[in-house]
Design a protein around this ligand. Structure first.
Ligand code: MTE
Ligand code: MO
Length: 333
């Protein structure tokens, strides 16, 4: 008997096509936990709205036991809560342009590791493919559904099959009723409207793991857009602010690894001053602050940059995590 191909749950796309909402600029990211109605929203193929009441997650590929899990099955398993930075990597067509689409939210759901252990993953499997129920066209190419992958070693950590966002069921727009959440990875890897997980020996096919979301390195190889890169933003001041001789600067910093240092410059990065930095709570963003005295009055360009525990520092330009600059005016000095 041949197996019938599995079909994705039926969804409507409303609106169809590339959809994005980016409500907050960095100076508006004042909340420690970003309220859901202020969270950025990105969908490459359209916003999927489930059309049927039931939702089934399939687990297949290199497993000893294929699984079909309903939402009730998942809810009956132990639930975990993760507070984590959620950040869009920016347009896959312009991978080196910083966009500062960042937030910090609370996810709840079942640990992926729990489900994988029930599926009896074969020792040869090294990647997990994840499929969303949204299909359509991206950059002129027809795509059956949004598919991403992640290295399996990462699944042993805090990866979630999430059903709740900020204490409520995940709204349609953010991937409800079920989404993958890979804390510490760029948002593109956290597949919304998740309906299938496939264990495999190799990386996934499809445009979002091959054509897009692979950074070219100087040696000619490509690095998947997985782990978050170090980044710091100013929440204060806002662009154009008129400041006194001394100003209280503050913001957030994050990376996949904890951030260990945030620095500020007003001379295009020739000299830097180290800011006060909070430790990391879970995978949340870290607060930083610095009392700043301007050396002279007039227009000033403040830069901030983060360095993480892995030793990575933000580049000045030409990368999605290039340093954040804010132009202000110092009244006295
Ligand atoms: N199924 C599906 N999942 C997806 C996407 C998508 O287009 N389809 N976009 C990804 C990208 S690029 C980002 S930044 C995040 C955005 O999540 P949010 O809209 O909940 O903030 O979802 C990711 N997961
Ligand atoms: Mo994104």
């Amino acid at each position: 008997m041949t197996e019938m191909p599995e079909a994705a749950p039926r969804v409507t796309l409303d609106p169809p096509g590339l959809t994005r909402r980016i409500p907050l600029q960095p100076h508006q990211m004042t909340a420690t936990v970003t309220p859901t109605d202020q969270l950025f929203m990105l969908a490459h193929l359209g916003v999927a709205r489930p059309m049927e009441a039931g939702w089934i997650l399939r687990v297949d590929g290199m497993v000893g036991r294929k699984l079909r899990l309903s939402l009730d099955d998942l809810m009956a398993m132990p639930q975990t809560r993760v507070e984590a930075v959620h950040q869009c990597a920016g347009s896959p067509l312009e991978p080196n342009v910083p966009t500062r689409r960042a937030a910090c939210v609370i996810w709840e759901g079942v640990r992926l590791a729990e489900v994988l252990s029930a599926a009896l993953v074969a020792p040869e499997a090294s990647f997990l493919w994840s499929d969303g129920a949204d299909g359509g066209t991206f950059a002129g190419e027809a795509v059956p559904f949004y598919r991403k992958d992640l290295p399996l070693w990462r699944a042993a950590e805090d990866v979630l099959l999430a059903t709740r966002l900020n204490g409520a069921p995940i709204p349609d727009e953010h991937g409800g009723p079920l989404r993958l959440v890979v804390p510490g990875f760029f948002g593109t890897n956290s597949v919304k409207w998740l309906w299938r997980l496939t264990l495999a020996e190799r990386r996934a096919d499809g445009p979002f793991t091959t054509t897009y979301y692979n950074d070219r390195l100087p040696d000619g190889t490509a690095r998947p857009v997985w782990a978050l890169a170090p980044e710091a933003v100013f929440t204060t001041p806002a662009p154009g602010d008129l400041l006194g001789g001394t100003a209280h600067l503050r913001g957030w910093a994050w990376s996949d690894a904890p951030v260990t240092r945030v620095e500020v410059s007003d001379d295009d990065g020739q000299t830097w001053r180290v800011a006060r930095l909070d430790g990391r709570r879970g995978r949340a963003w870290q607060a930083w602050s610095l009392e700043w005295s301007f050396a002279r009055r007039g227009a000033a360009r403040l830069l901030c940059r983060a360095t993480d525990a892995a030793g990575a520092t933000q580049p000045m330009e030409g990368a999605r995590n290039a340093v954040h600059a804010v132009e202000v005016v110092a009244r006295t000095g």
